[in-house]
Design a protein around this ligand. Sequence first.
Ligand code: UDP
Length: 263
Amino acid sequence: MKDTFLSVGEKHGGIVDILGVPIHRLTRSELLQLLRERVEAGLATWLVTANAELVVRAGDDPMVAAALRKADILVADGAGVVWAARTLAGVELERLPGVEIGEELVRWAAEAGLTVYFLGAEPGVAEAAVERLRRRYPGLVTAGCRHGYFTPEEEEDILEDIKEAAPDILLVALGAPRQELWLAQHQRELGVPVAVGVGGSFDVWAGRVKRAPAWMGDLGLEWLFRLLIQPRRAGRMLALPRFVRQVLRRKCLRRCGRNWQGK
Ligand code: UDP
């Protein structure tokens, strides 16, 4: 575990363990303030917004777990992780979805004159996302756009392009856990002040994919909306009942252990 990860946990509300993945207890404003401070101090920061699917993947795949251990900040992306924190530790986490944090970063960059590099999604999507984002945040300056369907041979060129462009913020939309594996491998050499994996956000910003209405998000039903509009996600969604089972089993084991010890 990185020092940065632990010091962020110590300074801000602590860390809650979700099936072996530690999540920071940060509010949205604390997270954004922290990212601002770290950029001003010239500290490279990799932020992961973890959802239930990523937590299950980390439990299944040691490579994903090892990648997450290199992150500087981990927050709860979805309602599943928020529910698990409440169920396992009686702790309330704020839901900080990558798509919203990514957009907050874009807004901040546009206001503060920082540059943003967009890596990921299908060809043309990053550019379309930038075009639409710029209507909302006219000051947005991009350091570059690259699609996410590159071959291993093309990767070196992308890394060079990012290094040369030296963006203040790098948004990586390769989907989870590919973006986490990619950032774990390259974030240090890129030295970008803020790097964050934002999943399917470019598709949302480009207007190609709709987000669930706020009421569904509040009820923790964003997954259902995504399943309805993207039925091809059905296989991946099997992770969700597994997540619920694992959380309930963990809670049950803890309770049984406490009863056994007479506490
Ligand atoms: N993607 C990519 N390269 C790949 C696979 C996926 O750039 O090799 C993009 C894909 O086009 C989409 C995003 O990664 O824009 C993944 O979106 P999804 O909604 O599946 O991600 P999640 O938010 O669930 O991680």
